[in-house]
Every structure is written in C-alpha cells, then in structure tokens.
Design a protein around this ligand. Structure first.
Ligand SMILES: NC(=O)C1=CN([C@@H]2O[C@H](COP(=O)(O)OP(=O)(O)OC[C@H]3O[C@@H](n4cnc5c(N)ncnc54)[C@H](OP(=O)(O)O)[C@@H]3O)[C@@H](O)[C@H]2O)C=CC1
Ligand SMILES: N[C@@H](CC=O)C(=O)O
Length: 425
C-alpha cells in the first residue's frame, strides 16, 4: 500500500481535530483512496505546549523546513490562521510542490487568486472547503452540483460565534460578554474574536461564496459590513416580542449585471428556516435560476466539524495524486460583473424610534416616508412615559438610498429620533 505523509501547520482547535481524524479514521480513508495517510510532522510556535499532544512517531517542531524539505510529505495542511505569515507559509509550501489544504478564510478571501495561480504554476492542488461554514460542504457543492445553474442569491448564517452569542442572549438571557467568553472557550471564535463579532469573518466567507457562486471577486473595502457588538439584550428581547429573531446574515445577490454582498444583523421572522438555526450552527441558502431555493445546514465552527471538511479536501487531493490530475483550481468560474445600483437593493426595515408623545408625530413621520417614496405596513407603540413614546415600524420594501434619505430627514426633526434600523428578511 502506497503511503502519503501529511505535514500540519497549527495544532489548535482545528489542527488537533485534523490529527485525531486522520489517525482514527484512517481505515475508511484508505479504503476510499487506496493510500495510507498519516501525519508525519507538525509545525507550531511552542513545542513544549504540544509535545504530548501527538502520537508516537510524529515530529513536533517550529521549523517549517521540516515539511518543505521532506520529500515524503506530499500534502500540507495550514490551520494556523491569519493572513501573515500564513500567506508566506503557503507560498513556500506550494513552491516546494506540496499540495495545500487550508481552513483560512482571511487569507483565501484576500489573496486566494494569487495563491491559486502559484498552485497552478507548481501543478499543485490548493483546497479550502473548511474556510466557509465549517462542517457544511458548501464550496464543493457549489462547484459540482450548481455547475450549470445560474445562482441568483446566496444568503445565510456563516459565522458560528455570533450565532452562538445571539442564541444565548435570546434564549438564556446571557449578556453579550458572557456569551462571547463561552464561544471562545468552546473554540468557535478566532484567536482574536474582533473579526467574528464585527462581521468581518462572515464577510470573508461571503467573498469566497461569491467567487464560487457568481465567478466574481468582491473586495472587503467595497462591502457594507456590520457586526453584533452594539446589539443590546433589550434589542434581542424586543425583536423576540414582535415575532423576530436577530441573526447576523451574509446576503449576496445577482442584481442586473452586478453582484451585491453585505453582512449585518437582520430581523428574521420566527417561522423562517434561518430563524431556527441556533448555537454555532450555520445555514447557507443558495438560490439557482433552475433549481430554486436550497438550504444547507450544519455546524459552522468547532474542531471536528471543521476537520471533516479539511479531511474531505485531503481525500480529494489524494485521489488527484493517484489519478495524476493535480493542479486544477478548486473553483474555475470567472465572470465579469458590473456595479450594482443601490436603488435596486431593497429590503423591508424594522425601525425603532423615539418620538414626543404629542398628537401629530405619526402624521409627521408618514409625511417624511411619503416624501422619500416609502411606506410602512405595521406600527407598534411599545411604550410611553407620558412624554416620549417608543415606536416600532415595519416598512414595506425600501432601498438603501431611501433608508439613507430617511435618516437624513429625521436628523432635521427635533421631536423624533431613529434608535435602530434593521433589515427584515
Ligand atoms: N475554530 C473553528 O471553529 C474554525 C476555524 N477555522 C480556521 O482554521 C484556522 C485555525 O483555527 P483554530 O484551530 O481555531 O486556531 P487556534 O488559535 O486554536 O490554533 C492555531 C494554531 O496555529 C499555531 N500557530 C499560530 N501561528 C503560528 C506560526 N506563526 N507558526 C507556527 N504555528 C502557528 C498555533 O501554535 P501554538 O499553539 O504553538 O501557539 C496553534 O497551534 C483559522 O484560519 C480559522 O479561521 C475555520 C473554521 C472553523
Ligand atoms: N470563528 C469562526 C470559525 C469558523 O469559521 C466562526 O465562528 O464561524
């Protein structure tokens, strides 16, 4: 039986689960690929910390050359995270003719095309199924099962940490800080959780999903990205009382000739499938012109679910090695897209306002809405102290341009103020 040795860079939440799966599930992998796979070398920062974490015979070192210069190692797995030095590490590995599997969305979203070109030049595979939605096999599904269909929309929950936090805030009344600390303890959050809670991790995933779905490369700087760090327990409870669940959603759409993608908190009606996705679970809804709406659900963060996606890439690379078909891009779809007119990006909105509790205020608000060409479907007065009323309004679909105009107009009115505006699914 031919052997294929693997080099692992990183032995944290994901790396240790990859090592466990390769070790414990080797019989099935061997059965499928006809090759015996095992980890030979692990590269980390601190040898003493990890020495007892590996089976006998596995080398633990801080020296990447132990993988680069080892002709027995054919596949390298990068699970250290971050853009630098991960980019330099993967570049060196590819130039040393190692096939690379990574879970690194930060890097693939920002330098994926460059790395894919280096991989191709070296006739190497570069695969990254685990970079989007952890254990959900979404990228390979889009490449294979949506190969001929035109995808018109991809939306969903693509960050496990924020979904875990929002779930605990809604169901257990936990504070934001407590829920975040627990998500870190469980290994869902990035080593620095800023990207999780500020929506950047989800935006990276939407960039990768957009490449696969629409063949276009979006840039983080051109996306509207909002996180959950300013959401209060009271926002979650109030939305709940009106029949909504707050979820951090990534939404991308093909609009006319363009592609639009953004990340932000959205109010999801409780009877919508995305409202039922809790804890660290993710769900990706892909709509194709021919197939219509499809939904993919599973654990979006955590060691073993993510390791399963890494292993699926390792098995694919191994099959390519056996067949002599390495060096093909994970995603081939390239398409030219134009700019999207924000007048065409429309949602219903949930508006929470404070207004003086005197006659005529709702009339004033209605006039402003009419002026900007918008209207609303539902008004709920939530509370009043006799002087100030808290009012929640659900609008009909309105564009981002209209929402901007509304905010501007309200700034000029001293008897009312907009406290929050959320998109509604
Ligand atoms: N956690 C999750 O649920 C998921 C994570 N991912 C992605 O997987 C990757 C790994 O995440 P995760 O396992 O959670 O991260 P961890 O922080 O748990 O582990 C990172 C590992 O990489 C090692 N490392 C970091 N920097 C270096 C370096 N410069 N040289 C050598 N080794 C280094 C660390 O070594 P040491 O311990 O010695 O410091 C550690 O073993 C990231 O890209 C992440 O975004 C993707 C999907 C889900
Ligand atoms: N920090 C990420 C891990 C998986 O990508 C998340 O919470 O989703």
């Amino acid at each position: 039986m031919d052997k294929i040795k693997i080099g692992l860079v990183g032995l944290g939440t994901v790396g240790s689960s990859v090592l466990k799966m390769i070790t414990e599930n080797s019989d099935k992998v061997q059965n499928i690929t006809g090759r015996s796979l095992s980890v030979k070398t692990v590269v980390i920062r601190d040898v003493a910390k990890h020495q007892n974490q590996v089976p006998a015979g596995v080398t633990v070192t801080t020296d990447l050359n132990a993988i680069i210069n080892d002709p027995e190692i054919k596949i390298a797995v990068e699970v250290m995270g971050g853009v630098h030095p991960a980019k330099e590490v993967i570049t060196k590995l590819l130039n040393a003719k190692k096939h690379v599997v990574t879970a690194n969305k930060d890097l693939i979203a920002s330098a994926g095309e460059e790395l894919a070109a280096i991989a191709k030049h070296n006739h190497c595979d570069l695969m990254y199924e685990a970079s989007v939605a952890g254990g959900i096999p979404i990228l390979r599904t889009i490449v294979t099962s949506f190969a001929a269909d035109y995808i018109t929309e991809v939306k969903g929950i693509v960050n496990g940490t924020t979904n875990y936090i929002l779930t605990q805030m809604q169901r257990k009344n936990w504070s934001y800080d407590l829920a975040l600390a627990k998500a870190q303890e469980l290994g869902f959050a990035e080593s620095d959780p800023t990207n999780d809670v500020e929506g950047i991790d989800a935006a990276y995933k939407m960039i990768i999903l957009s490449q696969f779905s629409y063949g276009t490369h979006l840039k983080l700087a051109n996306m509207s990205v909002e996180g959950i760090s300013t959401i209060q327990q009271s926002d979650v409870q109030q939305a709940d009382a009106f029949g909504y669940t707050i979820k951090l959603l990534g939404i991308s759409r093909r609009i006319d000739d363009g592609v639009f993608a953004e990340v932000g908190p959205v109010l999801v009606p409780k009877d919508h499938p995305l409202a039922t996705i809790n804890n660290e679970n993710n769900a990706v809804m892909v709509t194709g012109q021919a197939v219509g709406e499809t939904l993919f659900y599973g654990r979006g963060a955590g060691g073993l679910p993510t390791a399963n996606s890494v292993l699926s890439d390792i098995v694919s690379v191994t099959k390519n090695i056996v067949l002599g078909t390495t060096g093909n891009s994970f995603n081939n779809y390239q398409s030219k897209v134009g700019k999207v007119d924000l007048n065409n990006v429309i949602y219903p909105y949930y508006l929470s306002l404070n207004m003086l509790d005197v006659p005529g205020q709702m009339l004033k608000f209605t006039q402003i809405m009419t002026q900007i060409g918008a209207s609303f479907s539902r008004i709920v007065q939530t509370s009043t102290d006799g002087q100030t009323a808290r009012v929640v309004i659900i609008t009909h679909e309105m564009s981002k341009v209209q929402l901007h105009d509304l905010k501007q107009q309200l700034l000029a009115v001293d008897t009312m103020s907009l406290l929050a505006a959320y998109k509604v699914l």
